[in-house]
Design a protein around this ligand. Structure first.
Ligand code: MG
Length: 415
């Protein structure tokens, strides 16, 4: 007897102040349900509406076992495809269906992908600092936790803090984060020179450009960072300007990771087949969940491109678990970004009180230990949702402001 979808619910919760969206798919088999991540933190109500008003009526009564068919059905239902709101909504259902499939098989999801290629997932963390001293102190703190790869930034993604308009901006300049790209490039090169001379060659270094400079400047930065042997330079160009990666490849050996903003397969196909990137790092819910992410991972493997899935704070533990399950079974896994689950300097197992809110809402989230993350061996994704706890942390509906980066002259730049 096929298991049928009986109900679909959306639960929004913000245990750490970030709006998380969870989709719960309930079946006609008592106690059998699945959970998925549909988090688009800055548009959470839009995603909720798509799931409740469009996907739920489309899916109720259908067979919960037909993941591929249901994914295609959701993907094609609105006729226009591949938007971030729609993809996140689909992802919530898709991950929940994989969770159900694992529970039905009585296996963790990575077993359905062929089993483990590795026991633990090496992760990289984010270190920041106001200057080289503070940054190096924070890097050391992570190294003491067993982390061997670290993303290094000075003052976030560069530029003045929001609301602090620098004296060199035009009179009447609008609010935003002002970034002088030439200064940023000079400072970043100096920063990596300083990190290498203080901390040596062993540590693996990452830097995130966050699309904040012009494509030609990104080519220059990649070239100038070459002596410091980065694990990768992240999102050097915007998704609209990936054609510049050919130029970058001609000029620099610095490995490139790109793609946390990708929504559409057209955005990554050429980058992979022409080997213009070393690491593909999509945000799994932004491309529609586990089903398309597994296809992308296998496609990338054929061309020697490794995975480095996006793993920020603005995704739920269910999405972190989805990353980890794919990583465990992927021969072309590269490294996993791990952030936002616990505050810096806290190891997950030690979390208590308010810091442990995320763990109370989402019991079973993958565990970090000595540089590696481990999935638990429960059936499905292994992460549950405590709805009573989730209710304690309602989402706030506000318009975000951090996405207003401005160039020297005050014009907007991708954030
Ligand atoms: Mg990034």
């Amino acid at each position: 007897m096929a298991v049928k979808i009986q109900n679909i619910r959306v639960i929004c919760t913000a245990p750490e102040g970030i709006n998380l969206v969870v989709v719960k798919v309930e079946t006609d088999e008592p106690g059998l349900y699945g959970l998925g991540c549909a988090t688009f933190a800055y548009r959470h109500l839009a995603v909720k509406l798509v799931v409740e008003e469009y996907l739920k009526p489309l899916l109720i009564g259908r067979c919960a076992e037909d993941i591929e068919d249901l994914w295609q059905l959701m993907h094609q239902n609105g006729y226009w495809r591949n938007g971030p709101v729609e993809n996140n909504a689909i992802s919530g259902v898709d991950m929940a269906l994989w969770d159900i499939k694992g529970k039905m098989a009585n296996m963790p999801v990575y077993q359905l992908f062929g089993g483990k290629c590795r026991e633990g997932i090496p992760v990289y963390r984010h270190a920041d600092g106001r200057d080289l001293n503070e940054l190096c102190e924070n890097i050391q703190r992570f190294r003491e936790m067993g982390i061997t790869a670290i993303r290094c930034q000075c003052g976030g993604y560069g530029g003045e803090s929001f609301g602090q308009t620098p004296p060199w901006a035009p009179v009447g300049a609008k609010p935003g984060v002002y970034l002088d790209s030439r200064k940023y490039i000079r400072d970043t090169v100096k920063l990596f020179e300083g990190i290498r001379s203080r901390l040596g060659e062993e540590i693996q270094l990452v830097h995130d450009v966050h699309e904040r400079i012009a494509p030609g400047e990104a080519v220059k930065l990649a070239k100038e960072l070459e002596p410091f042997d980065l694990l990768f330079l992240e999102d050097p160009v915007s998704i609209e300007q990936t054609g510049w990666l050919r130029r970058l490849r001609e000029q620099s050996m610095t490995p490139i990771a790109e793609g946390e903003l990708f929504n559409n397969p057209r955005e990554w196909k050429t980058l992979i087949t022409e080997r213009l990137i070393d690491f593909i790092r999509v945000h799994i819910s932004q491309i529609g969940g586990i089903t398309p992410a597994r296809k992308l991972q296998i496609f990338a493997e054929q061309f020697g491109v490794r995975t480095a899935w996006h793993g920020p704070g603005d995704m739920s533990p269910l999405a972190h678990a989805a990353n980890i399950h794919i990583d465990l079974a992927a021969p072309n896994f590269g490294v996993q970004e791990w952030s936002g689950i616990e505050p810096p300097n806290f190891v997950i197992q030690e979390l208590k009180g308010p810091h442990g809110a995320l763990l109370e809402v989402f019991p079973g989230l993958p565990e970090f230990k000595d540089g590696y993350v481990y999935a638990n061996d429960k059936p499905g994704l292994g992460v549950d949702l405590n709805e009573k706890e989730a209710e304690k942390y309602p989402c706030e509906n506000v318009v975000t402001t951090w996405t207003q980066t401005r160039r020297r002259d005050g014009a907007l730049q991708t954030p």
